[in-house]
Design a binder for this molecule. Structure first.
Ligand code: AMP
Length: 286
């Protein structure tokens, strides 16, 4: 496994692999790798000859009062995990390699960001598409792998690829969960023991919403109210949002129909957790 810090080295490596007919799968991450990331790596391994993994905590996608400094890091564990799962190249740049000077240009995200995390985290998705534009040009993959845990990110990156004609195929991978249902996240280590015990309530609340829909409740206001009440009873975390939208358009709906996303974000003392489920309102799995 190659561990590369320089942009040019990764570009050359990717081009050399492709020149002899290999396909390149790419998994962008912020590190502190867990089974969610590993699932993406495994899928990329299965579908490509070569797998590139990047580990970069992108400051541009963190807001002023967010957890950039508290974001967990573990280089040794991450490199070992990558190696164990057959990653061919790890791109591990420093901040000054990625952003040697302030950017002269910016991409604005005009759709699908006035809801969910886009509304709670102004500038977040601009930071995400900026770093991904750079990373796509650096890693030059045929396929890129993202987790559905960040479903809004999948929708925004889909638009990035489409709007700017990146020759990349996006593959979305289902959310990997702990045994009690909590979505795996690098941020889970920043939960207190009490918060960790309460956090599975987020998925339980979303599943409650889904069962209401399946039992005939089609009014999103009513569904969200019941989810909120359930969550307020089950956790001390501060609810950031509970939303029920069409998917993948991420538009508000008056009546629940077609494919929808039920999503929630909850603030704990040192971590903000998000989760979602996507399903068909007529009861079939999404
Ligand atoms: P992160 O390191 O948190 O930026 O995540 C890197 C990639 O891993 C993103 O595409 C995430 O959606 C994905 N990911 C994170 N957690 C999970 C999970 N529990 N299941 C599946 N994918 C995940």
């Amino acid at each position: 496994m190659q561990v590369l810090e320089s942009i040019q080295a990764v570009q050359q490596s990717s081009q050399a692999f492709k020149a002899v007919g290999n396909s390149v799968g790419y998994v962008p991450t912020m590190g502190y790798l867990h089974e969610g990331h590993i699932e993406l790596i495994k899928r990329a391994k299965k579908e490509n000859d070569i797998v590139i993994l990047s580990i970069f905590i992108n400051p541009l996608q963190f807001g002023q009062n967010e957890d950039l400094d508290a974001y967990p890091r573990d280089r040794e564990h991450d490199l070992k995990t990558a190696e164990e799962h057959g990653v061919d190249v790890v791109f591990y740049p420093t901040e000054s390699i990625m952003y040697p000077r302030p950017m002269s240009l910016a991409i604005s995200v005009n759709k699908r960001t006035d809801v969910l995390c886009g509304r709670s985290r102004p500038g977040h998705f601009e930071g995400v598409v900026t770093v991904l534009t750079k990373l796509f040009n650096i890693c030059q993959p045929d396929r890129v792998y993202f987790g559905m845990k960040d479903a809004q990110q999948v929708a925004v990156v889909d638009a990035l690829i489409e709007d700017f004609n990146f020759p990349v195929e996006l593959v979305a991978v289902s959310t990997v969960r702990e045994e009690d249902g909590l979505a795996k996240s690098s941020r889970n280590v920043n939960l207190s023991a009490e918060e960790r015990a309460e956090a599975p309530a987020i998925l339980e609340a979303l599943m409650l919403g889904r069962s209401l829909v399946e039992n005939g409740e089609k009014n999103p206001v009513e569904i969200r109210a019941q989810i909120r009440q359930f969550l307020e009873n089950k956790t001390h975390g501060r609810i950031d949002y509970i939303e029920l939208l069409s998917y993948p358009a991420l538009e508000a709906v008056d009546t629940v129909k077609g494919q929808v996303i039920l999503a929630a974000a909850v603030h704990y003392s040192k971590a903000r957790l998000i989760d979602n489920i996507v399903f068909e309102a007529d009861g079939t799995a999404g």
